[in-house]
Ligand binder design. Structure first.
Ligand code: PEP
Length: 258
């Protein structure tokens, strides 16, 4: 059975002081929740401080981006080697990076390879726009995004995929559990074709897009969905804790049943 994962993508929110305060508010409770991988992704400048705060706990740390070169004259960029010392996960290919920073499939592929090379687990985001969704192109788009992002990636090594329909991110308009489950089933099927059945069965695939405490169970209880990438709701301790607790309860119930 795959261990569910809830990752909080704080995007470009919180100063270092605020990031630390937010984690302090939920650290003890979050640490005690079993049967879920809990990942916090604050802005780069807060990684060290948040890392110190969660040291020795079951909470994991993720970055929101990286550059693919190891080091050199790339002013303002952060390398995989710098992150490997600080965190376990890194978000790659988020739609906001594709949209505002012109990240292409080729760039995302280089980033995925660079992350894996240093032992970081990419949380690879894929998903269709509203226009593509309305044109019935969801399957085509996510299949192409997977093909380009995973080119020459021979071992997934803990990589996680987050299916995030662009029209659901930050809009308050989430997909339905059934819609998300269907597309995630297709993503898993694509992994079987690109790799093999065992790798597909082991791969964690999350849903992301306006997940809140009010709708989390609808997604987490779907058989293909292994957790959530949470944006806005990760900025509120109570809300994030509730999503993690709901996930733990569902997973614990399923373990007891099997
Ligand atoms: C995200 O940033 O990946 C995201 C899903 O945001 P939100 O939960 O705010 O829609």
């Amino acid at each position: 059975m795959r261990l569910p994962l809830i990752a909080g993508n704080r995007k470009m929110n919180t100063t270092v002081r605020e990031a630390v305060a937010l984690v302090s508010e939920m650290r003890l409770e979050l640490d005690a929740i079993a049967n879920v991988d809990k990942v916090i992704c604050p802005p780069f400048i807060s990684l060290a401080a948040v890392g110190e705060l969660i040291k020795g706990s079951s909470i994991k740390l993720g970055a929101q981006n990286l550059y693919f070169a190891e080091k050199g004259a790339y002013t303002g960029e952060i390398s995989p080697l710098m992150l490997a010392d600080l965190c376990q996960f890194v978000i790659i290919g988020h739609s906001e990076r594709r949209q505002y920073f012109n990240e292409t499939g080729e760039i995302i592929n280089k980033k995925a390879q660079a992350a894996l090379r240093v032992g970081l687990k990419p949380i690879l985001c894929i998903g269709e726009s509203l226009k593509e969704n309305e044109a019935g192109k969801t399957a085509e788009v996510v299949t192409e995004q997977m093909r380009s992002s995973l080119a020459r990636v021979n071992e997934l090594d803990g990589l996680v995929i987050a299916y995030e329909p662009v029209w659901a991110i930050g809009t308050g308009r989430a997909a339905t559990g059934q819609q998300a489950n269907e597309t995630i089933g297709l993503i898993r099927h694509n992994i079987t074709k690109l790799y093999d059945k065992e790798i597909a069965q082991d791969l964690r695939i999350l849903y992301g897009g306006s997940v809140t405490a009010a709708n989390a169970t609808e997604f987490i209880s779907q058989p293909e969905i292994d957790g959530a990438l949470v944006g806005g709701a990760s900025l509120k301790a109570e809300e994030f804790l509730s999503i993690v607790k709901q996930t733990s309860a569902i997973r614990t119930h399923l373990s007891e049943e099997s």
